[in-house]
Design a binder for this molecule. Structure first.
Ligand code: ACO
Length: 330
């Protein structure tokens, strides 16, 4: 039986206009541009300031751009899978809000929570609907308004993240390109090294949770750094070995943008030179589920049909993984 393969046929993005630079942050917390640049690679990030706009708005804008690029009517979309840790509401799903905003009235839509691996998990899920023949056109979206869960008095976290969204359209491949292999992992983190303590069913919002700043990201940076460096490098090497890829066979590594040092360690482990690594952390910081599609968007004019591409991420959960695909847009 012939196996169907899913390929990315369009990429869209959304970035808020407002920039928050390291120098701006120097005025807000006890930090400095040099520390942030050398420890993380970040120079500035985007912040969505409009109080009436959030994660669904950004996701919808990114999705609209992808659909326009491919000339696809929103009513042709069968499924929307959306990765986020900053949904507009705990429920309904942000994917349903996007569905409404873009007019994808024939789609079913759901969110998926895998933190910084959200886009990889969503891409893997969306691809399987195409591979099984259950869907013909799938929108996969990574969108996060991280500024909504950042404590701008905590220098250890507020410097790391930014807001943004990316979206890809998945369709069946007819030319051998598309998603070839994937390895996804999880390891429940009972130590809570990276989490938002309150707002869920264990610690619902109270006056105390608000006063104790429990609705913001908390991270034990050092321990997450160690796990992320190992996890992302290991899984990237694993996907190369499983597919008999030598460093010269890989055209691009598209890494989650959490920290330049984690990205460098992954590239080194894969034997890739810097020119083959997509890096835009300097401009946008860590946009959580949006980093990988934002890279694909920024580099789309440099990608050639048939290029071997490895996507890799590590995030809260813990969750991590890698996807190997052949670029399918001509
Ligand atoms: N400015 C100046 N100094 C700072 C700042 C800051 N913004 N933040 C921390 N420091 C200080 C610390 O207090 C510490 O001081 P001390 O030595 O006197 O105690 C010193 O700098 C070093 O702190 P570390 O935490 O050891 O710094 P590190 O080199 O580990 O960098 C960082 C911190 C950037 C957070 C890093 O640990 C990291 O990138 N961690 C992983 C992030 C990640 O990958 N997360 C997963 C994805 S995110 C998601 O899933 C949502």
């Amino acid at each position: 039986m012939e196996v169907k393969r899913a390929k990315i046929t369009a990429v869209g993005h959304y970035l808020p206009e407002d920039r928050l630079t390291n120098h701006d942050l120097e005025k807000m917390v006890d930090t400095n541009d040099e520390w942030i640049r050398t420890r993380t690679g970040i120079k500035e990030r985007r912040i969505l300031k409009d109080s009436d706009k959030a994660t669904a708005f950004m996701g919808a804008e990114a999705a609209k751009e992808a659909l326009e690029q491919r000339g696809v009517d929103p009513e042709e979309i069968d499924l929307i899978v959306l990765g986020t840790v900053t949904p507009d509401y705990l429920f309904p799903a942000t994917a349903c809000l996007v569905q409404k905003k873009i007019g994808a009235k024939n789609a079913f839509a759901f969110d998926l929570s895998a933190a910084c691996s959200g886009f990889l998990y969503a891409l893997s899920t969306g691809a399987m609907y195409i591979e099984s023949g259950r869907a013909k056109k799938v929108l996969v979206i990574g969108t996060d308004k991280m500024s909504s869960i950042l404590d701008f008095t905590d220098r250890t976290t507020c410097i790391l993240f930014g807001d943004g969204a990316g979206a890809v359209l998945l369709e069946e491949s007819d030319d051998g390109t598309g998603i070839i292999d994937q390895r996804l992992y999880s390891e429940g983190d009972e130590e809570c090294s990276l989490y938002q303590p309150a707002g869920g069913s264990l610690n619902p919002a109270t006056k105390e949770t608000v006063e104790n700043m429990q609705h913001y990201v908390r991270q034990d940076g050092r321990s997450v750094f160690k796990k992320a460096t190992l996890g992302m490098a290991d899984v990237s090497l694993e996907i190369m070995e499983r597919n008999n890829l030598e460093p010269e066979d890989v055209a691009w590594l598209v890494p989650h943008q959490a920290n330049l040092r984690i990205i460098d360690a992954t590239a080194r482990r894969m034997g890739l030179s810097n020119e083959k690594v997509m890096i835009n952390i300097d401009k946008y910081g860590n946009t959580t589920a949006a980093t990988i599609p934002l890279c694909l968007y920024d580099w789309k004019d440099k990608l050639n049909h048939g290029d071997n591409i490895v996507l890799a991420a590590f995030g809260g959960g813990f969750t991590w993984g890698a996807i190997y695909l052949k670029w399918g847009i001509k």
